[in-house]
Structures are given as C-alpha cells and as structure tokens.
Ligand binder design. Sequence first.
Ligand SMILES: Cc1cc2nc3c(=O)[nH]c(=O)nc-3n(C[C@H](O)[C@H](O)[C@H](O)COP(=O)(O)OP(=O)(O)OC[C@H]3O[C@@H](n4cnc5c(N)ncnc54)[C@H](O)[C@@H]3O)c2cc1C
Length: 461
Amino acid sequence: MILRYSIDLPTLQSIVGKDNVSTRASDLEAHSIDESCVAPCLPDAVVWPGNTQQISDILRYAYENEIPVVPWSGGSSLEGNPVPINGGILLAMYRLKEVLNVNEDDLQVTVQPGIIYDDLNAHLRRLGLFFPPAPGSADVATLGGMVANNSSGMHAVKYGVTRNYVMQLKCVLPNGEIVDIGSRAKKSTSGYDLVSLMVGSEGTLGVVTEITLRLMGLPEQVSSAIAVFDTLKDATDAVYDAVRYGVDAAAIELLDGGCVRVTNEQMGLNLRETPTVFYEFHGPMAGVQDQVTYMREINADHNCVEFDVAGTPERRAVLWAARREARDSIKLSHAGEILVSGDVCVPISHFGEMVEFVHEVAARTGLRIYVFGHAGDGNLHTETILRRNNEEDARLGDQATNEIVRRALALGGTIAGEHGVGLAKKAFLLEEHGPEAVALMQAIKQVFDPKGIMNPGKIFA
Ligand SMILES: Cc1cc2nc3c(=O)[nH]c(=O)nc-3n(C[C@H](O)[C@H](O)[C@H](O)COP(=O)(O)OP(=O)(O)OC[C@H]3O[C@@H](n4cnc5c(N)ncnc54)[C@H](O)[C@@H]3O)c2cc1C
C-alpha cells in the first residue's frame, strides 16, 4: 500500500476522537471506488467527523499542509465523483444523518448531509410532506451527495431537480472557514446565488454540513400505469406527445426491450419484453383520473399494445420496482463484466432520435448497450457492457461513449443530466461549454480553493 501523504494521525484523532480515524486497509478499500467503472484509488486516511466544527478543524489542518480532502456520503456516484484519485483524507459523512428541524408551517426541513433520501421521506411522510426528486438510488443516496451532484430522478419531470429545493446551506470552505449561504425566503434577488453554485459542485468547492430544503405536500392520490409498445419510435413519440400536450405526469420513464428482459430475469417478473413507458400521476382524485384517461388516449394514438393501470399501491410497487431496479438488474445479469454508464440529456424533441442513435451505435459496434431513463426530461441512461481485460471491447466502448456524447451535444444537449462530471466525463467538459466558460469555472474554483485541496482531479480535465 502506497501512502502518498504523510498525515498526522494524532492531530486528526484529537479533532474527531481516536475511533473516528482509520488507516485500516478495509476502510481505505471501502472508500476507494463508487458505483462507476473507474479504477479504484485508496485514500491515505478515512475520517468520520461528527459536526461542522470538526470538519472545519480537519480542513484547516489539510489546508495548512496541502493535503487533499474528498467528501464521501453514500458512495453511489456513477462517474467517479467521490473517488480519492490523489489520496489524502476521505471525509465520510455517515455520522451526520440527523433531521435537525422540520418547519412544518413553511414546508421546510433542515438536515445533516449524511441522511439517506428514503429515510428523510419516511420521516416526512407522517407530516404529509415530501422531498420529490426520487433518484433511482433513493435507498443509498444521501442528501449531501444529492446536493453535491445536483441529483434528480423520476419525479424531476413534474417537480424539478435537487437545486430547485435547496434554500440554505452551511458549508465549510477549504481553508476551514464556516459560511451560511442562502435564505428561507421563497424568492430572493439579493446578490449572487451562491447556493446554486454550491449545488452540483461535486465536493470541489467545500463541504456541505447542513441543508435547508423546501418541501412539497404529499398528493392526495397517486396512480401509475405502464404503456407497452412494439417499437422504440412509438414509445418515444408517445413520450413527446405526453410532454407536448401538457399531461402533468409526475414521472415518465422508459425502459428499452433489453432492460425489460433483464428486470424480468432478475426480479421474476413477466412483463412484455418490448419498449415500455412507466407513468406516475399525482394530484387530487378527480385530476389523477383525468390524467390517466388522457394519457391512455395519447398512447393509443401511438400504437400502444398494452396500457396497464396500477390501481393499488401493491401493484404500483411491483411496476415501479421494475423501473427502479433496472440498473441493478443489468448489473446482476452481467456479473463480472464492466458497465460503462452514460447520462446524456437532450431537448425533448430530440429524445426519440437520441434513443434510436444509441441502438444504432450498439448495432454498429456489436456491443450490448441498454437504454433507460427519465424520458419526460429527455434524459437517457445508457449502460454499455464490456468484457473485462478485452482491449477490443475497451476500444469500442470508448468509441460508443464518444459517439453518444457528441451526438447529444450536437442536438443541443448536455454530457451529464444528473450524475455530474466526476472523472469519467471530464474529457467532454470543454466540448460542451467552450474555453471561455470553462476558464470562468476554473477561476471560481481558484477563489474557493486556491490550493486545490478539495476533491482534486474532478470536473476539469
Ligand atoms: C442504481 C443507481 C441508480 C441511480 N439513479 C440515479 C438517479 O436516478 N438520479 C441521479 O441523479 N443519480 C442517480 N444515481 C447516482 C447517485 O446515486 C447520485 O448521484 C447520488 O446523489 C449520489 O449520492 P451519494 O450520497 O452516494 O454521494 P457520493 O457518491 O458519496 O458523493 C457524490 C459527490 O458529492 C460529494 N459530496 C458528498 N457529500 C458531500 C458533502 N457533504 N459536501 C460536499 N460534497 C459532498 C462527493 O465528493 C462526490 O463528488 C444512481 C446510482 C445508482 C448506483
């Protein structure tokens, strides 16, 4: 094991306590790789802080000694975002998982960053409130990770992304300074929007230690439906019309036929193995019924061969499990192989074309590429399967990624709809934004982090 930084363990122990610092191989390994396919990298030490002041003291020490610090919450990123590629101190946020305050009157909550998305919503449910974004990783993704990656998910089409909900943040800057940014007011035109800057900064500008979110009231009625099609074109045309004609669906998600096959395989389901769109509707009882009827008509116009409404919560849970477990099903069906994740997002009018293009790339390269995702937002996830230690697959995988990303950019889209840039997509940042905009981003990074200690090597090539 190569330790790249000589870290003064007694100093860290004096800040967080002896039991909350580790250089054990098992702890270093557990924090060396996220859910992406990037190569693992060991930190030099793992530290579990218990409060903001401890994080400030750790950063002050790291800043003085120019040691990298990488925040880590759930480790479920898909682009290498929390992988400590330069070693240093890994700041594991698991102990910071409290709900600090629910302001029911204003529909707001203040939490620590280590709380898991599903746990927060379980806490809020009894108050009739919820935090909507709903990532596919809801059972492991934490609020700190969601804020840092500006995550979203199945409900973004109706409710928006994490950034739309963050009102205030307590942050520790790389030099150890503690700052409070944002406001609890619904609107503000007061100064630069530092909260929006911090959201999506992937741990490169500082450490978030408290988050105040606005919340939504739970809808009176929730209903789901799946629409099954013979062709991808019919499925994506139906998605387009659903968005274009203003059906206010809470989720519009697509699985291609291959994804349905692996979810059947792994979850013992019996869904038809052709392109399938999953819908969810929220609202008052009558409104939801109208939406379902309207959606059924739109899908029928596009040769939908089956439109199955899940009337009960049990049936809804089964249908949505298929969508939610799509990535894990692909992973299980390809155990031992490499999954290269993609997350491009294009304007909605180009979604169908983009999905067809990915299938064309798969046919041309001979690689298996699964397509699924948040169709109503034009956001598609791809999983490209590569055999391990196979140079030709690696070459074709790079070619496929390049072609998919470049086509998305040519269509006016982005390289990363919700997973961030991390390590895996940083080669494309310049192509998306151009040199002037990237130089501005780098200048901002320099203001926050002149010594470059926060999560180094991420976002910028
Ligand atoms: C099966 C599966 C499905 C997924 N589905 C979705 C989806 O639908 N939508 C989506 O958006 N993502 C999805 N993801 C990706 C991932 O789950 C999200 O990006 C998630 O928000 C990451 O949260 P985390 O707690 O795991 O963060 P981590 O992976 O631990 O960290 C994420 C980034 O945030 C930084 N960070 C962590 N905590 C802090 C902090 N307190 N302060 C500052 N920086 C911090 C880290 O350094 C890193 O750069 C999925 C992943 C998997 C494995």
